[in-house]
Every structure is written in C-alpha cells, then in structure tokens.
Design a binder for this molecule. Structure first.
Ligand SMILES: [Zn+2]
Ligand SMILES: [Zn+2]
Length: 270
C-alpha cells in the first residue's frame, strides 16, 4: 500500500486529513464532527472502522472537534502532545489517549510519525512528517512564522500539505477586528501566502511530487491567490510538483505518493 493522503476538510471550519500506508490508516486532525468525518471518508472510498488513530497537531477546535466521538464510538486512539491534551474532551477513554512526543517520533503500525514544534497560540502545537519507509508526507499548518527546525524536519518530503492562510492585503482590508488581524499575522498566528511560498521555496526539490495548499481563509484569501503564489515558486524550483487545494466543505481526491524504493525503516517503538 503506497502512502496515500486525502484532505477531508481544510480551514477554520475544520481540518481533517486521511492517510493510508504502512498497513494502517490514520487521521491527522479531526476538526469536523465525527459524523461529517465518516460521511466525507465514505465519499472517497474509506471507512471509519478501518482507521486506527487520529494524531492531533494542537488543541484548537478546528483540529480536535471530533476526537471524543471518534474515540468513544469508533474506537480510535488519540495521539496528542501534553499541551494539546488539555483541550481535548474529558470523556475520551484513558486507554485510547496516547502521548505525541513534543518533539520526537513514534510508530503507528508501519508508519513513523515525527513531530516538530510550531509557533502558534496553542500550547505544544506541531507540524508532522508521516513516513511509511518508502515515501514521506509533510503536514505544516497553523504557525505564525517558520523556524529552522521545521525546515530541517520536513526537508526532502515527497508530498506536502502546506498552510497558505491569508493574503496580507485582503487581511488588512478585510472585515476582522484589529485584534484578530494582529493575532493572525503575528508570530503565533498563521502563515500568509508569501510566508507559505517562502517555506515552499525552501522545501521544493526534484523529488517533491505534490503540494496541497491548506487552511486557506474564506475571508482573507482565495484559492486563486494562494495557487498563484505557489505556482510562481514552483516555476522557479527544481522538479515538477503538482498542486492541489484543500477545500473547506468537501473532500479532495486521494493522492498516492510514489515510493522511492527505500528500505523499510527500523521503527524504534514497533
Ligand atoms: Zn486551524
Ligand atoms: Zn490553530
């Protein structure tokens, strides 16, 4: 089973990414209702009872909303950093709560999940790399600025889910109150198209197959503006990565990452 990912929803109305590989299926974030997650999963050929776990990147509601029902009703394990666990519903069965190292890595079946700290206004928030031993997917959303550890952890990924939250001008001219604008553009807020583009420039390499633009604001950005910035960066970069957009209200197409024939990794906790 090649490493495959599919955006079930992306943005402030709820984030959820479905990943298959290494003999398991996981979700990264579950910021939609469990019912909505099941519905969207089925729309792209998945089934919640085949999903083992959800890894949450941080405790904001648009990333953890479905955790309680997914764990209680559908038996998913919930991996969260110590900081994120404080924001999870208290009725998640303790035997299904798992610690996500901050930073560090862990094994879920044949997947290795590596976390790296992100600057965001939620304690112990992370970006992730999911690796099936043959291909690597980087997931980086909800951060105010890019730090070197994020670039080095995600270097060489085959697929990338990348935040392009806002267009700076649209945010400045838009309807949000001044305090919220400051929060979004601050060092613990969200990446603008320009900041996301700069991170993409640093992570682009000949082996990068697919970039999915994520957490695009419905009020302060458009998919077209984000795409324009990403296309401009990729046109100057080595390789031919394809682009797609993570949408708010419907799932995207599953993306299969070609393996590079690397050997199965030795998993430290397998
Ligand atoms: Zn978010
Ligand atoms: Zn957030």
């Amino acid at each position: 089973m090649a490493l495959t990912y599919c955006v079930l929803g992306s943005g402030s109305s709820g984030n959820c990414l479905w990943i298959r590989g290494g003999g398991v299926q996981i979700l990264v974030d579950c910021g939609l209702s469990a019912r909505q997650i099941c519905k969207r999963l089925e729309a792209v050929g998945g089934r919640i009872d085949e999903v083992q776990a959800v890894v949450v990147t941080h405790g904001h509601c648009d990333h953890v909303l479905g955790a309680s029902v997914l764990s209680r009703r559908h038996g998913l394990e919930v991996y969260a950093s110590g900081g994120a666990r404080r924001f999870l519903a208290t009725d998640i069965p303790v035997e299904r709560l798992r610690a996500l190292p901050y930073p560090g890595d862990l094994a879920i079946g044949g997947l290795r999940v590596t976390s790296v700290a992100t600057p965001h206004d939620s304690p112990e928030s992370v970006a992730l790399v999911v690796d099936d031993g043959d291909a690597r997917l980087g997931i980086v959303t909800d951060l105010g600025v890019v730090r070197e550890a994020i670039v080095s952890t995600l270097a060489g990924v085959d697929g990338l889910v990348l935040e392009m939250n806002h267009d700076e001008q649209m945010l400045a001219d838009g309807p949000y109150p001044a305090r919220l604008k400051r929060r979004i553009r601050g060092n613990y807020g969200h990446l603008s198209n320009q900041q996301g583009g700069e991170l993409l420039r640093r992570l682009a390499h000949p082996g990068l197959q697919r970039v999915t633009l994520a957490h695009i604001s419905e009020h302060n950005n458009t998919p077209e503006l984000a795409r324009e910035v990403a296309e401009g960066v990729l046109a100057q970069a080595p390789g031919r990565a394809a682009l797609s957009i993570g949408e708010h209200h419907r799932p995207g197409e599953p993306v299969v990452l070609r393996g590079r024939g690397r050997k199965q990794l030795a998993l430290p906790f397998a």
